[in-house]
Design a binder for this molecule. Structure first.
Ligand code: NAG
Ligand code: NAG
Length: 222
């Protein structure tokens, strides 16, 4: 058959549109990596030694912050340090994390333990402050781009939704146009084939008519 091939050439634009749609659909699966931006501790629980500060989320290994050795000193990080990122957050679930001071002479002391959630990040930034203990800011650029519940940037959400809807509408319209074009092409092809068949039949009838005429000496209605 010839015409299914012709249709598939017509379908190429549809494939192209689908690819573009896939490309524009927001990447909701980008990772929510949390890095430490700044930290300042206001106390040390150790009396004789330099503090060893660590960050840990439930079920994960401790991350030591080797640079943080002095109280009342703000530390700023680039996010590229060997121990970064601190953790990765799931989209709609919080992680229980904490800041600890490892004890040499005493058991580990807790600066604070809290629920770290994607939705707490405002503009990709989250500040955790505990009176007399510490002040830390965390960065997670992808956390606020989520479509999750309690998103602090609903306008961005709305924008991506609008874009998706527009893409879907355009794709549907184009798909309909292509289907109609394909059907019309198919119909035209069928018409042409039918005409050809009719012509063949007509000629055959003519020949048969001639034969009959020859054989019987009669004239037919053609
Ligand atoms: C914790 O650290 C150990 C050894 O360093 C490693 O084998 C393990 O995979 C780590 N666990 C997690 C959850 O990262
Ligand atoms: C905590 O640290 C951040 C960044 O250094 C700073 O902007 C903020 O004011 C601090 N907050 C408190 C309560 O000290």
């Amino acid at each position: 058959m010839r015409w299914p091939l012709a249709i598939s050439t017509r379908r190429r634009p549809l494939l192209f549109v689908l690819l573009i749609a896939l490309y524009t659909i927001p990447r909701t699966f980008s990772s929510r990596l949390v890095t430490l931006d700044t930290v300042e501790i206001f106390t040390t629980h150790e009396w004789f030694a330099k503090p060893t500060v660590a960050f840990r989320c439930n079920g994960a290994n401790k991350t030591y912050l080797p640079d943080v050795t002095e109280a009342h000193t703000p530390y700023t990080f680039k996010g590229e340090e060997s121990w970064q990122p601190l953790t990765e957050l799931p989209e709609k679930k919080c992680k229980r994390c904490g800041l600890y001071e490892e004890g040499t002479f005493k058991p580990d002391a807790v600066f604070d333990e809290w629920e770290m959630c994607s939705s707490d990040f405002k503009g990709g930034k989250y500040t955790r402050f505990k009176e007399g203990q510490f002040n830390a800011t965390f960065l997670c650029p992808n956390c606020t781009a989520s479509t999750g519940h309690g998103n602090p940037r609903p306008s961005e959400d709305l924008e991506t939704k609008k874009t998706s809807i527009a893409v879907i509408i355009i794709a549907s319209v184009l798909a309909s146009v292509l289907v109609v074009t394909a059907l019309f092409g198919g119909f035209k092809y069928w018409q042409k084939k039918k005409r050809e068949r009719d012509q063949v039949r007509f000629l055959k009838l003519f020949e048969e008519g001639d034969d009959l005429e020859d054989e019987l000496g009669l004239s037919n209605e053609f």
